[in-house]
Design a binder for this molecule. Structure first.
Ligand SMILES: [Zn+2]
Ligand SMILES: [Zn+2]
Length: 244
């Protein structure tokens, strides 16, 4: 009887095997080098950038019919369908998506003569998520209602604000905020990410004005790599270095 078997029968313990030292286990794959960590981080950032691009493409299609649907819903809940009826002969409330509208999320154009008509222009650049879409359309719809139903030509006066209050109350689950000020965070065409895992800082520019070969991260001196395929805002925790 070998020593091993006698040990097993007497103590009733499960044998514990020690893995023989294997050459593969102690080579590079288990040693975390700073370069490798940086590559892992960049892979994650690039994967996220790819997901962002897919989401942006999907939203670009989705926003068109969501806008039309939401305007109908607003009209039903806020005016009992009056805007739809008033503008029926001019094709209802028209929605135009504008690439060049960048100063604000939306704009409402109303006419009462010869026939009542309403057009809501929406910014392709600024409206890049559901929340902005809902808030921008609600805001512009309040202008339309204030103009066509209340006959009020002032833009953000008490009449508009009253429609805003009614609108917020009509959709409690959507958390609509009708404000008269815009607080959109700037989006950047060019974003660089710091490769240092602990830092991960993002730097945004409207032009390709950073050369990663000569410029390092201002926080930690780490390597910067360009990471975004679509224009987007910087991630929240990394907002400190915004210029232009
Ligand atoms: Zn407005
Ligand atoms: Zn850094």
């Amino acid at each position: 009887m070998s020593t091993y078997t006698s040990h097993l029968t007497t103590s009733r313990e499960k044998p514990t095997f020690r893995e023989p030292p294997c050459k593969d286990l102690v080579t590079s794959s288990h040693v975390v080098s700073p370069e490798r960590t940086a590559t892992d981080l960049l892979d994650k950032v690039r994967a996220q950038a790819y997901r962002d691009a897919c989401r942006a493409a999907y939203f670009g299609v989705e926003k068109v019919y969501k806008a039309e649907e939401f305007i109908k819903e607003l009209d039903q809940k806020l005016t009992g369908g009056q805007i739809g009826e008033m503008t029926a002969l001019t094709g209802g409330v028209k929605v135009v998506w504008k690439k060049r509208l960048t100063a604000k999320a939306g704009l409402a154009r109303c006419k009462t003569r010869p026939l009542p008509s309403a057009t809501i222009e929406l910014s392709d650049k600024i409206i890049d998520d559901q929340e902005r879409l809902i808030n921008a359309i609600a805001h512009e719809f309040c202008h339309v209602a204030n103009n066509l139903i209340s006959g009020d030509l002032r833009s953000h006066g008490p009449g508009f604000k009253e429609w805003g209050r009614q609108c917020e109350a009509a959709f409690p689950d959507l958390g609509i905020k009708i404000t008269t000020k815009h607080s959109y965070r700037s989006k950047f065409e060019f974003i660089w990410t710091c490769c240092d895992k602990k830092c991960g800082k993002e730097v945004g520019r409207h032009t390709k004005s950073i050369n990663p070969k000569t410029q390092a991260c201002r926080c930690c001196g780490g390597l910067l790599v360009q990471t975004n395929p679509v224009a987007r805002t910087l991630k929240t925790r990394l907002e400190c270095d915004v210029e232009e």
